[in-house]
Design a protein around this ligand. Structure first.
Ligand SMILES: CCCCCCC/C=C/C(=O)SCCNC(=O)CCNC(=O)[C@H](O)C(C)(C)COP(=O)(O)OP(=O)(O)OC[C@H]1O[C@@H](n2cnc3c(N)ncnc32)[C@H](O)[C@@H]1OP(=O)(O)O
Length: 304
């Protein structure tokens, strides 16, 4: 539900909400799936890891490699090179200041290791936070041939410096989804080249590779993609609670709390609560949380 707003030069909510995004078709294959798994650290510590080798290699008669559920977080990158929202009418902001705020993923059926698929995108939320505007985009992805829906990604984008477009007495807020959607330790290291490897999966935003662009955005050097950190965390959950079986995952949520510099040590702590695994990923060197959220499983893990 929307609250009152005064259209400003920066954001005109009515125009933003009325925007229709084009559908986008694309194909992915097993090479994309394996490259993604390597980019989020699969087999990074042990090249024959029993619980991870199947994400990068077919073995023992297994017909296809298995797909990490967070692989689907790459799908929104296909919408206008991932930054398709930069040209949305009514939304004016400095693209060099945007940060990924949150990601929510729902998986509706087993993700094939190769497929032709179609993205449909809509605005699912818009919020005036004064110093920032928060834009939420929902990308629903279906199999091209059958039309079956595979998954949904809700991406929250934090637009620093673009807020203040509503009446100060009642900040504008709009969302199409209900508010409630929103053991232990594994230590995956992020290598210094982590962002450079991860970007080859299709997120070429120079914030993650170009030192000059990173400085304009307020960082001392390029930072890791939020979705790469999310991939590390979800992989740790699948290894610890699902015996390495990716189809056990129903949905994933993460809020990015702090930027991560490639090479910093990511430590993911997890707590099981029924079918939900709550997690928090910390940057060990700074002893601060960079990501927190949950992974909802299909069943309560039987091995615990
Ligand atoms: C297809 C879409 C893909 C988009 C990709 C975009 C390109 C990718 C870029 C990246 O990967 S960037 C790397 C990953 N992200 C980060 O490193 C961000 C880390 N987080 C932060 O730096 C900070 O949390 C923040 C986002 C700058 C916010 O900090 P700030 O101090 O400004 O916020 P607060 O004063 O605490 O809160 C203000 C307001 O905003 C809400 N909020 C805070 N953080 C988030 C968040 N991460 N996501 C969503 N909303 C957030 C917070 O609740 C406050 O609201 P109210 O409670 O006052 O209503």
């Amino acid at each position: 539900m929307a609250t009152r707003s005064k259209p400003s030069a920066a954001v005109d909510p009515e125009v933003v909400l009325a925007h229709k995004f084009p559908e986008v078709s694309f194909h992915y294959d097993e090479r994309d799936v394996a490259l993604y798994a390597l980019g989020v650290g699969a087999c990074g510590d042990d090249a024959v890891d029993e619980k991870e080798l199947h994400f990068v290699y077919h073995r023992d008669g297994q017909p296809h490699i298995k797909v990490l559920p967070t692989f689907v977080s790459l799908f929104p990158n296909k919408n206008g090179n991932g930054l398709g929202f930069v040209n949305v009418p009514g939304l004016n902001f400095d693209a060099s200041l945007l940060l990924h705020g949150q990601q929510y993923i729902e998986i509706y059926r087993q993700i094939p290791s190769y497929s032709s698929v179609v993205n449909k995108v809509k605005v699912a939320g818009l919020h005036d936070k004064g110093k920032a505007t928060i834009l939420e985009l929902e990308t629903t992805t279906s199999l091209k041939e059958s039309g079956e829906i595979l998954c949904m990604n809700r991406s929250t984008i934090y637009l620093r410096g673009a807020g203040g477009f509503s009446d100060s007495s009642r900040p504008y807020t709009y969302a199409t989804y209900p508010a409630n959607q929103v053991s232990r330790i594994s230590i995956p290291n992020s290598a210094p080249s982590a962002a450079l490897l991860y970007r080859l999966s299709g997120d070429y935003n120079p914030l993650h590779s170009d030192p000059a662009i990173a400085q304009v955005a307020g960082f001392t050097r390029p930072i890791l993609h939020g979705l790469c950190t999310l991939g590390f965390a979800a992989r740790a959950v699948i290894k610890s609670f699902c015996n390495g079986e990716p189809t056990a995952v129903k949905s994933i949520f993460g809020r990015f709390l702090l930027h991560v510099y490639p090479g910093e040590t990511l430590s993911t702590e997890m707590w099981l609560d029924g079918q939900k695994v709550h997690y928090q990923t910390k940057v060990k060197e700074r002893n601060r949380a960079a990501l927190s959220g949950y992974v909802l499983l299909q069943h309560i893990p039987s091995s615990l």
